[in-house]
Every structure is written in structure tokens, then in C-alpha cells.
Ligand binder design. Structure first.
Ligand SMILES: Cc1cc2nc3c(=O)[nH]c(=O)nc-3n(C[C@H](O)[C@H](O)[C@H](O)COP(=O)(O)OP(=O)(O)OC[C@H]3O[C@@H](n4cnc5c(N)ncnc54)[C@H](O)[C@@H]3O)c2cc1C
Length: 539
């Protein structure tokens, strides 16, 4: 049987950060074991931003931040569901983690300029940017055979930096064509590809073993002592020996049974990698772990589109629903929230139950917009020219549109009339859309309240159903501030760690800012790797 000082399960940001940190703190043999045929998990498909308050890049640019501000901000989002010890660990170790990777690995960061927090007006919130970081472009050719074995997004170009996208509020919708062509020739990648590419390179430089098609199935525990891990592989069962296991297998969003039993409301469209089926959670449960935050996910509104091959693809509508000339309505034809609000917070709007009818009030829901919206912004690469795609409904009047989708026509007409008046007054008296710096940032780039307010008055009109989706779940084994998994009595299960979306998130229900999920992945991955390595010297 092979032996490793530290075994890491999964190969997303949490896992790879843990592996590099374990190596950097003295562990000599480290194995990263991935269930899928590719490495990188959801992390490589992502925007790659990490949210780290008080990072040294902010200090270098004299951007104001402090431990107290960060804790006050997170506290304002807690509703009593965040643990102070984990929050303090996150805020205290975050800047150290950034500095450590920059000094000891290929992973370096820069600020995604001007990206405000998701609730920037809350106490301690940041309105001017600096807490959200991303990696510079990384040449994938340096990864050798691994360059083609990393997961990729269906929604994002691999060759862009977040700073260049409208999401990162860059000046351009995309980099110029010739720049993209050059990057594609040189295989220079940004966003989540850059983060994972840099982490993988750091693993390879440190001779960390990476295996794919290794589904961790069982922790080998003898007389209460962790002895190893059992994997399912294409060539049969493989056991490896270790006394340190870091579980970083992502959430359980693709496991219908676990979702139905634990998550607080409908989660119709996961957008993560499909191998995140809760294996790590089940292994931790079998080892006696206490669970926490199981009802929560990183919520995101999603529409279904069809690609050129006819396959249905879940598409996150984070920026799209914020643009002017677009609202969201429920089956009564009524708006139900500030459409520009943070995507995670939108989960709460989808989960609102009508106590009388006992129906979800805002499922189904639709984005409603007009022709000018399509011409100005397009939707999922459709710009209103040629044949209307089958996932979009169109009609020349609002009443007809309502009829086609099955919502109340009178309600929709009244709502749009009211909305158009509010847009003309630049004042959404119902839901205060555009009042937050967050709303304006995610709007059309014009940097005033009009960035998100605009009438819906140029037919034809369009509708597309919006569903409650998630980037991943955020409940799992509870840990202490060292990322060690705790049992149901609050005692450490020796040798067992969790990091990333598999763990009971330090963030409770909230999503602090851009990078709010990968930030904790990197911080708790770093903590787990470092602690597991340091424990080796105690033995
Ligand atoms: C399009 C998109 C953009 C996003 N942008 C951002 C962003 O900019 N910033 C941000 O903070 N968040 C972002 N997110 C969310 C973020 O990507 C995830 O929350 C994060 O990647 C989770 O990381 P993880 O390491 O916990 O899990 P993952 O990256 O999903 O990795 C888990 C890995 O574990 C593997 N695994 C599962 N079971 C087993 C098993 N039994 N044995 C071995 N391996 C196993 C999986 O195959 C997977 O590779 C985005 C998500 C998407 C989809």
C-alpha cells in the first residue's frame, strides 16, 4: 500500500491550496486524488476571484481596510449563524495566506479594480474595491500534459481577466480580438483557469502527486485511528495509507437525495462540476462528524439555454438581470425583489412561501425585457437578430407574452406601467433598485442609478424563466479554526480536515463580496495544509 504524509481529496482551489501549503510547511509526500477525469473542479470553471479583506495589495494602494471593519461587515450579515472563531480565523489568516502563496508558489494576485462588496452599505462594507483579488494570466503550456486536463466553464472565455470583463467593470466588454487571438495562441489563461493553473504548477514544482479517476470512497479507520483512504479507480479498489486526510470534495449540490433532505428550499440548477455529489460529506458523517450550515448554498439565479448542439445549459444571470430595461416577475406578474441585488441573497426571494396557498410565491419567475434591451446588451450571446432561440419567449404585447408564459396578464401590464414611471423618475419606490453601489456596479457601466433603471417600452417583449440555482452547497462537517473536523461532541477527529464547499461554511447564509466562496476555499485550504504538516512534526 502507498503511504503519503498528507492525502488531499478533490482538486479544486481548496484542495490544491491545502496541498501546496502542506508541502510548504514540511510535509514530504502529498497525494491529491480527484474523482473526475479532469482536475480543477468548479474552481477552474470560475471567475477565480478571492475576497480577502485587509490584503497587502490594498495596503500598497492605500485602500482603507481593517480587521475590525471586516469583522463588523461579516457580523452584519450573520443573523447569528456565523461562528466568531471561524470568522476571526478567516479575517486574520486571509492576508497571510495571500502573502504566503505569493512568496512560496506560482500563485500571485492583483486587485480587481473598484469591485465593491456585495452589501457595500452595511457597516464595515467596502464601496470602492480592493478586497476582491484575481490572478494574472498564466501560460498553460507550462503545465505540460496537465494543460488539457483541467475543467473549463461553458459560460466564460478562458482567455480573459476578470478586470477586463464588464463583470469586473473593465472598460471593455472583452479584450480586443487580436489580443484574445494572441492569448489563445500562447495559451495564456485568466480567471479560474489562472488560479487553478498556478496552483497546479505549484503542485508539480513541489513533486506533489496528482491522480485523476480516484473517487475517495471510505476513510480507513482502525480502533478510532485514521489509517488511510480507500478509492474507487477504473482498475479497481486502491487503498493508500496516511494519518492526515484533507477533505476538499466540494458541495453536495448534485446529490438530489442530500439536497432534498438538507437544503432549505428548491435548488433547481447547480452550476458546479457534476462530480460534486457529497462523497466527502458522507465520509465525514461516517467518521462521526458534527454537521453545520447544511441548509445553505451559494445561491444564484439561473436560466436554461440551449447550445449549438441542442444541449440545455444552465446560465447564471448575475449581470443580465441588473441591466436597465429588464425586471423579474412572478406568476402574478408582480416584481418581488430588487433585481439588481446580490445573486446569493436572491435565494431568499425564491424561497418565500405564501402561508395561505402554501406555494412558493416566486417560483416560477421570469426575466421580462424589451427589444432595446436585446439590441444593447444581448442575452447569452443572442442579440435579437435572426431566429429567436427556443429558450426565449417573445410577443408583440405584454398581455400576449403573459399568456404564452402563464403569468397574470393584467398584473404584468400594471407592473410594467409602474416600472416605466419609476424608471422615468429614476426612483424604484418599491425595491430601491439602484440605490446601492452594488447595483450600479453590476449595471450597464454608466455609473449612475440609470445603470440599472430603464423602461420596458420597445416591443417585441421577451420572457425567460429564472430558476433558483447554486454555485454549490455550503454545509458539511463542522471544523475548528484549524480546519480540523469536529465530532458530534465537539472533539477533534484526529487527522481529519475539511476545506472549501465541503465544510460547514464560516459564512453562514451570506456571500460577502466577489470571491466570497473561493476566499474561504483558499484560506481554510491553507490552514488545513499548514496544520496537517505541522502536526507531522509533533508525532
Ligand atoms: C461560472 C462560475 C464562476 C464563479 N466565479 C467565482 C468567483 O470568481 N469567485 C468565487 O469566490 N467563487 C466563484 N464561483 C464559485 C466557486 O467556483 C466554488 O464555490 C468553488 O470553486 C468551490 O471550490 P471547492 O474547492 O470547494 O470545490 P470544487 O472546485 O468544486 O472542487 C471539488 C472537487 O472534488 C472532486 N470530488 C468530488 N467527490 C470526490 C471524491 N469522492 N473523491 C475525489 N474527488 C472528489 C470534484 O470532482 C471536484 O473536482 C464560481 C462558480 C462558477 C460556476
Amino acid at each position: 500500500m502507498d503511504h503519503f504524509d498528507v492525502v488531499v481529496l478533490g482538486s479544486g482551489a481548496a484542495a490544491l491550496a491545502a496541498a501546496v501549503a502542506a508541502s510548504g510547511h514540511g510535509a514530504e509526500t502529498i497525494g491529491v486524488f480527484e474523482k473526475a477525469t479532469v482536475i480543477g473542479g468548479t474552481s477552474a470553471m470560475s471567475g477565480g476571484m478571492i475576497w480577502i479583506p485587509g490584503n497587502h495589495h490594498m495596503k500598497n494602494k492605500q485602500l482603507n481596510d481593517s480587521r475590525e471593519m471586516a469583522l463588523e461587515y461579516l457580523g452584519s450579515l450573520s443573523h447569528g449563524r456565523m461562528r466568531t472563531d471561524l470568522l476571526e480565523a478567516y479575517v486574520d489568516v486571509g492576508p497571510t495566506m495571500v502573502q504566503w502563496f505569493e512568496n512560496n508558489s506560482e500563485v500571485v494576485f492583483e486587485i480587481v479594480e473598484n469591485f465593491p462588496d456585495y452589501h457595500p452599505e452595511n457597516p464595515g462594507g467596502n464601496q470602492t474595491g480592493g478586497r476582491s483579488l484575481e490572478c494574472p494570466l498564466f501560460p498553460f503550456d507550462e503545465l505540460g500534459e496537465w494543460a488539457n486536463r483541467i475543467s473549463q466553464s461553458r459560460q466564460m472565455s478562458p482567455f480573459l481577466l476578470m478586470n477586463e470583463t464588464t463583470l469586473g467593470r473593465g472598460p471593455l466588454d472583452t479584450a480586443p480580438k487580436e489580443v484574445l487571438k494572441l492569448r489563445s495562441e500562447k495559451n495564456l489563461r485568466g480567471c479560474g483557469q489562472a488560479l487553478i493553473g498556478r496552483l497546479v504548477k505549484s503542485c508539480l514544482d513541489r513533486q506533489i502527486v496528482i491522480e485523476t479517476e480516484h473517487q475517495a470512497d471510505e476513510l480507513i479507520i482502525e480502533q478510532n485511528n485514521l489509517r488511510g483512504v480507500r478509492f474507487n479507480t477504473p482498475s479497481g479498489i486502491r487503498d493508500v495509507k496516511t494519518q492526515s486526510v484533507i477533505i476538499a470534495t466540494g458541495g453536495f449540490e448534485w446529490n438530489k437525495n442530500l439536497v432534498n433532505n438538507f437544503v432549505r428550499g428548491p435548488l433547481q440548477r447547480p452550476v458546479s462540476i457534476e462530480t460534486n455529489t457529497g462523497d466527502g460529506l458522507k465520509m465525514a458523517m461516517r467518521a462521526g462528524a458534527a454537521l453545520g450550515n447544511m441548509q445553505e448554498a451559494w445561491w444564484v439565479p439561473v436560466i436554461d439555454i440551449t447550445n449549438d448542439e441542442g444541449a440545455t445549459i444552465p446560465w447564471m444571470v448575475n449581470r443580465e438581470r441588473v441591466n436597465p430595461r429588464c425586471i423579474m416577475v412572478n406568476k402574478s406578474g408582480k416584481r418581488f425583489a430588487n433585481e439588481a441585488a446580490n445573486y446569493n441573497a436572491f435565494g431568499a426571494a425564491f424561497h418565500q412561501l405564501d402561508p395561505g396557498t402554501f406555494e412558493y410565491q416566486n417560483i416560477p419567475a421570469w426575466m421580462i425585457f424589451d427589444q432595446e434591451y436585446l439590441v444593447r446588451f444581448g442575452l447569452c450571446r443572442f442579440r435579437g437578430e435572426g431566429q429567436i432561440p427556443d429558450w426565449l419567449t417573445s410577443a408583440s404585447t405584454l398581455a400576449e407574452l403573459a399568456d404564452l408564459i402563464g403569468c397574470d396578464g393584467v398584473g404584468l401590464e400594471e407592473t410594467v406601467e409602474c416600472w416605466n414611471a419609476q424608471a422615468a423618475d429614476l426612483d424604484d419606490g418599491d425595491f430601491h433598485r439602484g440605490k446601492s453601489v452594488n447595483d450600479i456596479h453590476w449595471g450597464d457601466g454608466t455609473k449612475t442609478i440609470a445603470a440599472t433603471l430603464g423602461p420596458i417600452d420597445k416591443p417585441p417583449y421577451y420572457a425567460v424563466e429564472v430558476r433558483p440555482g447554486a454555485l454549490g452547497t455550503k454545509g458539511g462537517p463542522q471544523t475548528n479554526a484549524n480546519a480540523q473536523i469536529l465530532d458530534v461532541d465537539g472533539e477533534v477527529i484526529k487527522g481529519l480536515y475539511a476545506a472549501g464547499n465541503v465544510m460547514a461554511s464560516a459564512m453562514g447564509m451570506a456571500y460577502g463580496g466577489a470571491g466570497g466562496t473561493l476566499g474561504p476555499c483558499m484560506v481554510f485550504g491553507f490552514i488545513a495544509g499548514k496544520h496537517s504538516a505541522e502536526e507531522l512534526f509533533q508525532k
